[in-house]
Design a protein around this ligand. Structure first.
Ligand code: FMN
Length: 195
């Protein structure tokens, strides 16, 4: 029997902040992958121009071309989002808008996507994640329904140096990454993905 191919997941954090809890969660996810899956971090959301249809033409801004090619090369995507004013932070929404075009042939369309988020508040990004699911539905990405990874009171679960200190959070991330890997392999087996 042939060994299963190594799966590559591209991870994006919606925070540009150096000491971001969400970026810490994403870094932690790299260590929590099932065997056969790796998470690579894309940390260049801050270099993308604001979406402008005039710029969405050849030659593309290099940051946009880079984002699209990294998503295309990945088997799946992990989005880790803060909540800004009860919704998706602008930096992440901007990246998703770039990754949503050209319609019908966009890097994110049909791609398996898992989502998670951390907030110091009591709701743990639930409103941002609902908004994120709506955006991803418009892009026709294949979003995992569960587990819902809502890291509320994240300052009690992630230390100031960016280490996840809470076993329940680690287990949820593990379960999320396992689910994402399963979905990728199921889509590969059904012929829905060629990557
Ligand atoms: C503009 C802005 C709006 C925010 N709105 C919310 C919010 O709606 N809900 C929430 O839980 N936290 C909100 N916060 C607090 C963030 O959850 C907090 O800053 C968090 O640490 C950001 O994630 P990060 O650590 O990954 O950067 C907001 C912060 C900013 C700067």
């Amino acid at each position: 029997m042939m060994a299963a191919r190594q799966l590559r997941v591209l991870g994006l954090s919606g925070s540009l902040r150096t000491r971001s809890y969400n970026a810490a969660l994403l870094r932690g996810a790299r260590e929590l992958c099932p065997v056969g899956t790796t998470v690579e971090v894309f940390d260049e959301l801050g270099t993308l121009p604001l979406y402008d249809e005039d710029l969405d033409d050849d030659p593309l801004p290099s940051a946009v071309a880079h984002l699209r090619s990294r998503i295309e090369a990945a088997d799946g995507v992990l989005l880790v989002t803060p909540e800004h004013n009860a919704s998706v932070p602008a930096a992440l929404k901007n990246a998703l808008d770039w990754a949503s075009r050209p319609t019908g042939a966009a890097a994110l369309t049909g791609k398996p996507v898992a989502i998670a988020g951390a907030s110091p508040g009591a709701l743990g990004t639930v409103r941002a994640q609902i908004a994120l699911r709506q955006v991803l539905s418009a892009i026709d990405a294949k979003v995992l329904a569960r587990p819902e990874v809502l890291v509320f009171r994240c300052h009690e679960r992630i230390s100031p140096d960016g280490t996840i200190t809470d076993i329940a959070t680690e287990n949820l991330l593990r379960e999320l990454l396992m689910g994402l890997s399963r979905q990728i392999r199921a889509q590969h087996d059904s012929g829905m993905l060629t990557a």
